[in-house]
Design a protein around this ligand. Structure first.
Ligand SMILES: [Zn+2]
Length: 162
């Protein structure tokens, strides 16, 4: 159960948002920020260079690579997101780290049903506690994607100027 269920492809979007919420570190129990990348719509490019245009929002998971301008914006907004190799998945991706102890907070847990970006958590709690930082910069990422009702609800917040 530690293998990402989405096969990674390249995701392209003209803009994105950084979603941030609080979460209790699994290692030291401090409350720390964790973030996820949200796109309002996207093009998915596969290995055979076939492209699929999706008009709906999604959240990127297991981001294995990223264009530099997008990465710079993310580092400014969410410096706890750093490329790291995880023991669980064995892959290197842009992962959240606890601001108190530095422990990696893996996507598998964060996006798991009970995690802060998990389906069950968000359908129960809603998205009020998620802060949305819209970034007017194109993103090109090798990543998996997740789509869910709560991800669609982010749209209204993301498109408001901050
Ligand atoms: Zn910690």
């Amino acid at each position: 159960m530690t293998v990402p269920e989405d096969l990674s492809s390249v995701i392209l979007s003209p803009s994105f948002a950084v979603l941030t919420t609080e979460h209790q570190c699994w290692t030291c129990a401090a409350v720390a920020f964790v973030s996820a990348l949200w796109v309002p719509r996207f093009v998915e490019r596969f290995d055979d260079s076939e492209e699929l245009s999706i008009p709906d929002p999604a959240v990127l998971r297991y981001v294995e690579s990223l264009n530099l301008p997008a990465k710079q914006h993310i580092t400014a907004v969410a410096p706890w997101m750093v490329m790291a190799t995880t023991k669980g998945s064995g892959t290197r991706y842009l992962a959240n780290h606890c601001q108190a102890c530095g422990a990696l907070q893996g996507d598998f847990q964060l996006f798991g049903v009970d995690g802060p970006f998990g389906l069950v958590t968000l359908e129960k709690r809603g998205t009020e506690h998620i802060s949305v930082r819209y970034v007017d910069c194109a993103i090109e990422a090798a990543a998996g994607i997740a789509q869910a009702t709560w991800i669609d609800q982010i749209s209204a917040k993301a498109l408001q100027p901050t």
